[in-house]
Design a protein around this ligand. Structure first.
Ligand code: 6PG
Length: 240
């Protein structure tokens, strides 16, 4: 987004670091942000379009959201990435989010837009493009970060066509090798972007990010910058 003279809006590329005492405090802060954003979006537009993170860090957030009081019928759920595994495989991001949260609340199944990654990366990526197109702009994108600075399934050293909304990913360094990922063009087209970083194992990537290294996670900003929720272990590298 830019102003009339094409200068980026203030804060467009701002990275706001929120240092949490521990993982529990990080989960509480992220849940509070998500529920606050949902309440505003539902009040103003009757719908809340959220992109989910995969991996293990968000599981505690999803479990906490399952206890929340909100109008689930107004939530529209999308996935930042998905692993090319059978639809019911325990390591699917959709299965993780479903088990911890989505299957435990009255969120209509039709509102949960799963990536059909079991069809293979190319077919699933192609099929998810119109799903993303009709959803943009997202209200909130939730992301994690890997120890190499990847986010969603956008990995260092892997190049994708600029402007592509959904990528077919192969040879991913984090198994499984075949994945589907939203691209920067989609992840950036969001009112808010929250990144959760927990654990000493992420410290090296955090330091590279802060030094301005060319990491996939560092390229996602959303329309108003990015909020990074990080616990002390990831911030200092010290295991509590
Ligand atoms: C995935 C995720 C991936 C994840 C990071 C962090 O499919 O693995 O989309 O991007 O968010 O790798 O994973 P952890 O939260 O497990 O550390």
């Amino acid at each position: 987004m830019t102003q009339a003279d094409n200068r980026p809006l203030p804060g467009r590329h701002e990275t706001r670091w929120h240092i949490m005492s521990d993982q529990r405090a990080l989960v509480t802060a992220v849940c509070t942000r998500i529920l606050g954003s949902a309440a505003s979006a539902i009040r103003e537009q009757g719908v809340f379009r959220m992109v989910l993170a995969g991996g293990t860090t968000p599981a505690a957030v999803y479990m906490r959201l399952a206890e929340a009081a909100t109008d689930w019928s107004c939530w529209q759920i999308f996935f930042g990435d998905e692993r090319c595994l059978p639809a019911d495989h325990p390591e699917r991001n959709s299965v993780m989010a479903g088990g911890h949260w989505l299957q435990r609340v009255a969120l209509p199944t039709a509102n949960i837009h799963v990536i059909d990654a079991e069809r293979g990366a190319e077919a699933a990526a192609l099929a998810y493009v119109p799903v993303v197109e009709q959803a943009l702009p997202f209200d909130l994108v939730l992301l994690g970060m890997g120890e190499d600075g990847h986010t969603a399934s956008l990995f260092p050293g892997q190049r994708h066509a600029a402007g592509e909304l959904v990528h077919a990913v192969h040879d991913a360094p984090k198994p499984p090798p075949d994945r589907v990922s939203l691209g920067r063009a989609a992840l950036d087209n969001a009112a808010e972007v929250l990144v959760m970083v927990s654990g000493a194992g992420k410290h090296a990537a955090v330091e590279l990010w802060k030094r301005g290294e060319d990491l996939p996670v560092a390229h996602i900003h959303g329309q108003t910058g990015v909020d990074v929720y990080i616990d002390k272990a990831a911030e200092t590298g010290e295991v509590a």
